[in-house]
Design a protein around this ligand. Sequence first.
Ligand code: FEO
Length: 391
Amino acid sequence: MKVKITDEIRYMGVDDTDIDLFESQYIVPDGVSYNSYLIMDDKTVIMDTVDARKTAEWEKKLLETLDGRKPDYLVVSHMEPDHAGSLARAIELFPDVTLVGNAKTFVFMTQFIGEAVEKLHKLVVKEGDELSLGKHVLTFYMAPMVHWPEVMVTYDKTDKVLFSADGFGKFGALELTEDKDWACEARRYYFNIVGKYGAPVQTLLKKAATLDIEKICPLHGPVLTENLGYYIGLYDTWSKYEPEDEGVLVAYASIHGNTAKAAKKIGELLKNAGVKRVVVSDLSRADMAEVIEDAFRYDRMVLCAASYDGSVFPCMQDFLNHLQAKAYQNRKVALVENGTWAPSAAKVMKGMLESMKNVTILEPVVTIRSAMKETDMDAIDALVKSVAEND
Ligand code: FEO
């Protein structure tokens, strides 16, 4: 895929369209891209490598573009193997290259690659350090925990380009997603991969606000060249854990379909009550990462779950575990439990939600016995009213 950045900054990334699960957990129907860049100035710099799955393709592209030149530097923004997976090959190809990273980068590099790292040329940078390439001057900013502790971003003040590491990344191979909405898969990527680290993302955004940025080059997804305020605004909302849209996610965990019927009915009633965005998701079958994305996107949730083994049906527990891990907060949640002999789901869901920051449980909590019946409708109507009015 040809991506134009500037005359001297070239795209060296590769698409991966046959990966089954990104990070062995996320479905990526449109694949993913591992982005790498090359800056051709008096000095030549490789900005990150790619996942080992695509080393050969990256190497070919890189050698063709270098056309006999030897890179002077290789900047390592992030040691996670989806980016540093071809580092060992790069070192084999260019044994004299100077690796650029921070102190932690080299600790992790040694852990991944071994003691051989000790003998390599290294430039250890810290916050605000500059590297002149001739016309271009790179400045390094530390971005710990966006997404790993060693992450750093690089700003090229000549072309006003920010190399943003995982920040502003998204799922989707470039060749398959050129015309697709950015936010959908960027949001799913953000909340599942970076979601826990809202405060570090806020710190990075504050640093970025001091820079004159015209282009953002992330390690996944498209290079962002226009309307940067839109993307930065979404990152600001997401990292503050503020809802992006008013709306309700109705997520259900149903064994035989009775809890599902109640959830779908609640979804209908919410729409009738004027809630414009209502998403109903089956936690047994939906992509968990997408349901997590929706949980963060909207300001309210209704959780409907069967009781199970004196607790809650496992896919609901799994969902709440994920939300806890991703620091879900600042939302309103209503609960529906189903139980035939000893309903226990609401107590467990409530307990898990109470451990999260600023999550309000809306009243009433509704208990259904085995199947939703006419006699349940008063309680369900009251729950719907409470959710619809608590926007
Ligand atoms: Fe794309 Fe955290 O690696």
